[in-house]
Design a protein around this ligand. Sequence first.
Ligand SMILES: [Fe+2]
Ligand SMILES: [Fe+2]
Length: 390
Amino acid sequence: MPKERIGIMGGSFNPIHARHIEMAVCAKREFDLERIIFLPTGNPPHKRAGLEDAEDRYEMTRLAVYGMPGFTASRMEIDREGIIYTVDTLGRMQKQMPDTAIDYIIGEDTLVDLPNWRKADKVFTMCRFLVCCRSSDEIRNHPSVAQLEARGATFAFLTLPPSKISSTAIRAKLEKGEEVPELPPQVEEYIRLMGLYGCKAVPGAAKFYARLRQTLSDKRLVHSLLVAHTARKLARIHGVNENRAALAGLLHDCAKCLPLADMQRIARDSRLLLDKETLQSGNLLHGPAGAVVAEKEYGVTDPIILSSIRCHTTGKVGMLPLDMIVFLSDKIEPSRRSYPALEEVRRLAQEDLGAAMLHSLQSTLEYVRSQNTEPHPLTQQVADWLQRIV
Ligand SMILES: [Fe+2]
Ligand SMILES: [Fe+2]
């Protein structure tokens, strides 16, 4: 009796999108799977036009499933060279996890292609197929199903309703410069920063991202992409340079994962004029320390980006539009857990940055006072300044 059932989601994930995630969630729920492993394909020996590099497809997959319980992305196929057949991948998995039963999650296009798989009859003994229908649920009655069952294949069907979402349509939207709500926002931002699928890369972003990936936790990395994504949208609305906003969002927490003592050393070495409270709190200090890190270690020279990183923890009197955009994006990015003022700040941010800032700071002041603690003096000063100008 197998100890656990796992689901395998194979595919090129070029790029991964909402339908892939829905399929996996549905399979996990309906077939009581303990884990889902997403398995992006490696680079084929001859690169197909429009197929992005395996490392990028893996990274997008990893970002998309981050934080989803039981979901992981595997490098098993991208780390191998040459043509990789499912029969070999399943054989490796069986060796690594001998007590595991494998469900292979496929779409109907893959189902009709199964007879062409290498050593298909052997594959049929190694896994069950969970089939998700694309356009209608007629696939159950497709002649292929009976033929393949006669050869030993086992099928079960997901109840997920058909959908028109496809990677092809998503790539076309990206190339036309349209927004793509079918993509997880962190994946969409990764695509835009790196310049995949015909988007224009943001200069410097690939280098910055590689470094952030080494120094930030995955949670912080995904948050940074979501802040970049939100900052880009607000920049578009308020007539601020989008690339600048996205870079500032990406880098805003570059010092957040440093130990407090390191942040304090940076502040001392750079002779930052900071109050005692800021110097003793990593939550406040990673703003000013982050601006130093962005300049000295990442090589950022744009003073407007550096300013927005510097003041994103406390705000400042005389904030520029980009300062407000980064400050607000940090508070309202899509993965933020709900707090009382969240929806109102989100709404105001689309209309008036100053009013959104004021609402956000006032709700912070109220919260801090309700906890019988004193807010940072700057919070009140910035709120007073905003009250005069909004
Ligand atoms: Fe921060
Ligand atoms: Fe942040």
